[in-house]
Design a protein around this ligand. Structure first.
Ligand code: ADP
Length: 246
């Protein structure tokens, strides 16, 4: 299987504390992966390294068929190379409609004023409609984003990221605060997105991880403690010890 992202031997210290310790991680070009681990395990720092926000002290982060190093690139270059990241809180423009938010993202312009005087082509409208359909907001295109439910805002933001066609999508706790029906839709959305790109979901909620039905990476003290199916990792004595303190 080919690899889209390969992290090896990566370590990062903050004031002498090793937040990431000799971490190794690989993901394929159309793979869904859940990353779990207790608070302080290094999940956020790991994502910060991939997106270029934090540079490791040592190790390699290789990208794509040509194994290009992401370490020499800044955050915006890494985003251009195809790494999209969704933070926990949705950051949509509340006064703009769903369609306008998607159009702004498509144009890669995160300014609400960019929509003024901008004349989208038919192909832009088609793409916006296609993404709105993927995220279940086709009938809400003309609604102001501020009127959407929390779940719908999360989907809109995922849609905004998808409109830029990332090769790798990093998503932080997408199901937090959602109703059961919204969580179900979020699962479907992520599974569907991972058919054509790599998707890494950082999640605390084991029930949600079970629904994703994908390979799971367990982080602990900045390293990979276990990897495999959810049943495999949750039957691992070391994982049980870390989670339950036994
Ligand atoms: P997680 O997302 O799994 O909860 P983090 O990646 O946020 O874990 O943090 C891993 C460890 O690194 C924690 O002990 C945290 O306190 C520490 N850490 C993270 N970022 C910094 C920073 N900028 N300065 C100092 N310590 C940090």
């Amino acid at each position: 299987m080919s690899t889209l992202l390969e992290v090896s031997g990566v370590s990062v210290s903050f004031d002498g504390f090793k937040a990431i310790n000799n971490l190794a991680f690989q993901i394929g070009p159309a793979e869904l992966r859940a990353v779990i681990g207790p608070n302080g395990a290094g999940k956020t720092t790991f994502m910060d390294i991939i997106t270029g926000k934090t540079k490791p002290d040592e190790g390699r982060v290789l990208w794509g068929e040509k194994s290009t190093s992401l370490l020499s690139m800044n955050e915006s270059r890494i985003a251009q190379a195809g790494v999209g990241r969704k933070f926990q809180r949705p950051t949509v423009f509340e006064d703009q409609t769903v369609a306008e938010n998607l159009m702004l993202a498509l144009k890669n312009d995160r300014s609400p004023f960019a929509v003024l005087g901008f004349r989208p082509k038919q192909s832009d409208h088609d793409k916006v409609a296609d993404i709105a359909s993927q995220i279940g907001l086709l009938s809400s295109l003309e609604r102001k984003s501020g009127e959407l439910s929390h779940g719908q805002k999360q989907w809109l933001e995922i849609g905004m990221l998808l409109s830029q066609d990332p090769k790798l999508l990093l998503v932080d706790e997408p199901a937090a605060g959602m109703s059961p029906a919204e969580r179900e839709h979020t699962t479907e959305l992520l599974v569907e997105a991972a058919k054509t790109r790599a998707v890494v979901v950082v999640e605390h909620d084991m029930e949600f991880v079970r629904r994703l039905n994908c390979r799971v990476t367990v982080l602990h003290e900045g390293s990979v403690l276990a990897e495999g199916s959810l049943d495999h990792v949750t039957s691992d004595e070391r994982v049980i010890e870390v989670y339950l303190g036994r």
